[in-house]
Write a protein that binds this ligand. Structure first.
Ligand code: NOJ
Length: 569
């Protein structure tokens, strides 16, 4: 099925709505935890509850055609008996109707971390009953909003709320207990499958997916130990969400590893696993911000650290998962650019994530979050060039992945406007539009807002053009005057045109490794078969006619490359 490309932005109920006790909303676990501990909270946040119309209008005026937001469970379901708060449903009716009025596709997350406190009181995600309560909540919202919403996701980032709640202990309920991490992860994936089952039983219109956090995994070297550690890290960060949702199975080597380490997994009942197997998702959402660098485990107990202090954080970020891997981000922090919270900026990680995921799942993919958190002064002219650079480079890689055949159908910037960033508070700003939290939450578009708008409107044509020119065009030739002129022209195109001496065999094989297209100089045409063999059948190879060789300008090179690539498709 041909899908319309969605270009939008994303929020979460607790982080933007405010109105924490308005219209009979009950307390969430975050309300309780932040109030009790006197921490900065989302009582008002961006006051989206009252500014939604302005926000959605700005999205539409900003060229966006989709809005990803979450429903607040404690706004909709009052208690353990499942009594419904009609006022909560009414708020989302208005929100969704407003989206439609502005031709914005609502992309709805059912759970984005704000568990009702009455469920935390019965054990929260440790209690399998919470999964059944989730199923009932799903039933309510599917019945009520059926026909108005085409894209649903059961959960946002199971990994982060479970691991932060039960491993790092920086989110409520602030435990540090590995068996609880395992149990919580299982219960959430089971709850998701129950939600998917309910969706289908009720013949709800549209599609249902899950949104996974994704950290692309890289190793410091290619040793077997590092590769093993990388696989463990991939299971830990990504696969238990993606594989379980898309393939219906927890990664079997991860399960074996847990058993080998003596964890008791007997709580997992065959009937539940059957439900997980039978209720895979229609699409997968990938939230990508940063990669993770890995080295083999050496020693020490499991310890996972998080920087919730931004530029004031003084410690290291050495994290260890006992027997699995160590996080090597500290080893890379002078090499890879990062924001003040230590999050690496590595756009190619998005390409690698998309191609990797699409190599083994059949579901379509949406990039459901990507964005840049920064400290920013509020003014009427916020020049957030770093955010533009971040978003542009990630979209470049998304478009490349799409061109290379990945079924990716949407991209959502986190976030349309500044909001409350959990333990990082409101000072970590992600918005395309600033929120002046001290002045009635006044909205002020930043430069990135206008950049996103004009690029959506022209279908990212400039990026696509640049991308075309960035192809790695390799010129194999035997030196000489006209050769170096041509090699320079290829370089001018922004490509990686290299002049390779055809007689230095070693050297030219090396260059061919990353070639997108190979051009061969006239005097060495006899090498064409050998070169074809080396690059494989997907990389077009052509020799240049002697009479045009020296006279080829940049335009001619590009035309030739385009022709070759077209024919090779
Ligand atoms: C992931 C989460 O879904 C969202 O709640 C969070 O604020 C952003 N990433 C930014 O860290």
């Amino acid at each position: 099925m041909k899908r319309k490309m969605l270009w939008g932005s994303a929020t979460a109920s607790y982080q933007c709505e405010g109105a924490w006790d308005l219209d009979e909303k009950v307390e969430s676990m975050w309300d309780r935890y932040l109030h009790e501990n006197g921490l900065e909270n989302g009582d008002v946040a961006s006051d989206h509850y009252h500014h939604y119309e302005e926000d959605i209008r700005m999205m539409a005026e900003g060229g966006q055609n989709a809005y990803r937001f979450s429903l607040s469970w404690p706004r909709i379901i009052r208690d353990l008996e499942g009594n419904v708060n009609e006022k909560g449903l009414a708020f989302y009716d208005t929100l969704i109707d407003t989206c439609h009025r502005y031709h914005i596709e609502p992309f709805v997350t059912i759970y984005h971390w704000d568990l009702p406190q009455y469920l935390e009181d019965i054990g929260g995600w440790q209690n399998i009953e919470t999964a059944y309560h989730f199923e009932k909540y799903c039933e309510t919202v599917f019945r009520h909003f059926n026909g108005k919403v085409r894209f649903w996701s059961t959960f946002n980032e199971p990994k982060w709320f479970i691991f932060s709640g039960y491993m790092s202990g920086n989110y409520p309920p602030c435990h540090r207990n590995i068996p609880e991490v395992i149990r919580g992860s299982y219960n959430v994936m089971f709850a998701s499958a129950l939600g998917v089952r309910k969706f289908r039983e009720m013949k709800t219109e549209g599609e249902i997916g899950l949104v996974a956090s994704y950290q692309t995994i890289y190793g410091l070297d290619e040793s077997t130990e590092t590769l093993n550690a990388m696989r463990h890290a991939d299971n830990y960060c990504n696969n238990w969400q993606v594989d379980t949702a898309c393939l219906g199975e927890f990664p079997s080597d991860m399960v074996d590893k847990l058993k080998e380490q003596g964890y008791d997994l007997s709580f997992a009942k065959e009937e539940e696993l059957q439900i997980i197997r039978e209720n895979t998702v229609d699409f997968i959402g990938i939230n990508y911000y940063s990669p993770m660098y890995i080295k083999p485990y050496t020693d020490g107990e499991t310890l996972v650290k998080a920087n919730n202090q931004g530029k004031n954080y003084k410690g290291d970020l050495r994290s260890v998962v006992k027997g699995w891997f160590e996080v090597a981000n500290d080893d890379m922090k002078d090499i890879i650019p990062h924001n003040p919270w230590g999050m690496f900026v590595y756009p190619q990680g998005l390409y690698d994530a998309l191609t990797r995921v699409s190599s083994y799942i059949k579901q379509p993919i949406y990039v459901t979050e990507n964005g840049y958190g920064a400290y920013e002064e509020i003014s009427n002219d916020i020049d957030d060039q770093y955010r533009i650079d971040y978003i542009r480079e990630h979209i470049r890689y998304l478009l490349k992945a799409k061109e290379d055949g990945v079924d990716v159908n949407g991209y959502f910037v986190w976030s349309p406007f500044d909001l409350y960033s959990w333990k990082n508070g409101c000072e970590k700003r992600y918005g395309l539009v600033a929120v002046d939290f001290d002045n009635d939450c006044r909205r002020i578009p930043k430069h990135s807002y206008y950049w996103y708008k004009s690029n959506i409107e022209n279908d990212f044509i400039d990026l696509r053009k640049e991308e075309k020119q960035m192809r790695n065009i390799v010129l194999v030739c035997n030196g000489g005057m006209s050769t170096s002129i041509l090699a320079n022209r290829i370089k001018e195109l922004g490509g990686d045109g290299v002049e390779v001496n055809a007689y230095g065999e070693q050297e030219y094989s090396q260059h061919l490794k990353d070639a997108d297209v190979v051009l061969i100089g006239p005097q060495i045409r006899y090498l064409i078969d050998d070169i074809r063999k080396r690059v494989g059948e997907n990389v077009p190879v052509a020799s240049i006619e002697p009479r045009v060789y020296g006279a080829m300008n940049a335009q001619k090179v590009l035309e030739m490359v385009d022709e070759l690539l077209k024919d090779s498709k």
